[in-house]
Design a protein around this ligand. Structure first.
Ligand code: UTP
Length: 271
């Protein structure tokens, strides 16, 4: 059973500057609620019991957000406002399930994942990239179902415009399992148009095997000199580890770019 999730949060958020120069993008409000809370709610609803946040010293405010008890207690004592009491209870619920690990140099997603190595207990775990919101359907929950059925790794996937392949991890199909699930033959991080084996992109939800850590330990920096999780996934696939691409049915919102961030508030306000 998948009970642990990890969330890399140690990136610099340069695409959202100037909003991110002193503020953690994951705490920016999307329709009045910090983005990270949507991700946590998805985890809870998918049956996750422990979430590991990979943060950096620069992103310490993320930890502070969940550890502001004294402040809440004082306000509640003087104001007794039911709304604030409810919000504080929600924060306490989140806090109980979160563990923090640090990646102080942003060497890439692969390096971030490696920081969680000693905390992962089961053979598989879930990873969510917080810039990628998926609304209207719980993508993690659907992926866990697929994992339980096929006992394999799973990655969320969608078709993208061919012109934008160099922004994504792009995979090559091996075999159709059913309408929404495909076996993957290869995956390439941010390929050029000519390198891209398809227009199918990996979106920020992964069910990964614990054995990825042995690959990450040896992983050399790839594109833009970063250690990419995709490169270690590629090595595992080459050694016949089964990876399934799951075409999710929710709506994808890219909160990592300024345009996408603005649009996501509009989309969520329509729900
Ligand atoms: P991105 O590279 O897409 O986002 O990382 P970023 O670095 O935060 O922002 P930009 O590109 O500069 O605008 C995808 C996810 O991986 C995390 C990020 O926090 C983000 O959630 N990440 C990335 C790390 O935790 N560590 C890293 O070294 C790199």
């Amino acid at each position: 059973m998948i009970k642990q999730a990890i969330i890399p949060l140690a990136g610099l958020g340069t695409r959202l500057l100037p909003l991110t120069s002193v503020f953690a993008k994951e705490l920016l409000p999307i329709n009045g609620k910090p983005g990270i809370e949507y991700i946590l709610d998805e985890c809870i609803d998918a049956g996750i019991k422990e979430v590991i946040f990979i943060i950096s010293k620069k992103k310490k405010m993320i930890k502070d957000y969940f550890y502001n008890d004294k402040f809440y207690k004082n306000i509640i004592k003087s104001k007794k406002d039911p709304r604030i009491i409810k919000e504080y209870k929600k924060i306490l619920k989140y806090k109980k399930m979160i563990k923090f690990v640090y990646q102080n140099k942003p060497l890439g997603t692969g390096d971030a994942v490696l920081k969680t190595k000693k905390y992962i207990k089961s053979k598989f775990f879930l990873m969510l990239l917080p810039d990628d919101l998926i609304i209207k359907n719980n993508c993690s929950k659907s992926m866990i179902k697929i994992h339980n059925q096929y006992k394999s790794s799973v990655m969320a996937s969608m078709s993208i415009n061919r012109k934008t392949v160099s922004r994504w991890g792009i995979y090559k199909l091996k075999k159709k399992i059913d309408k929404k699930n495909f076996l993957i033959e290869d995956v390439i991080e941010k390929p050029s148009k000519s390198e891209a084996p398809s227009n199918k992109a990996v979106i920020g939800r992964y069910i990964l095997p614990k054995k990825i850590f042995s690959k990450l330990l040896k992983q050399k920096p790839g594109k833009s000199n970063e250690i990419h999780i995709t490169d270690s996934i590629q090595s595992l696939i080459k050694e016949n580890e089964k990876f399934i691409a799951h075409i999710f049915s929710g709506k994808y919102l890219d909160c990592g770019s300024l345009n996408g961030y603005i649009k996501s508030t509009i989309e969520i306000s329509k729900l």
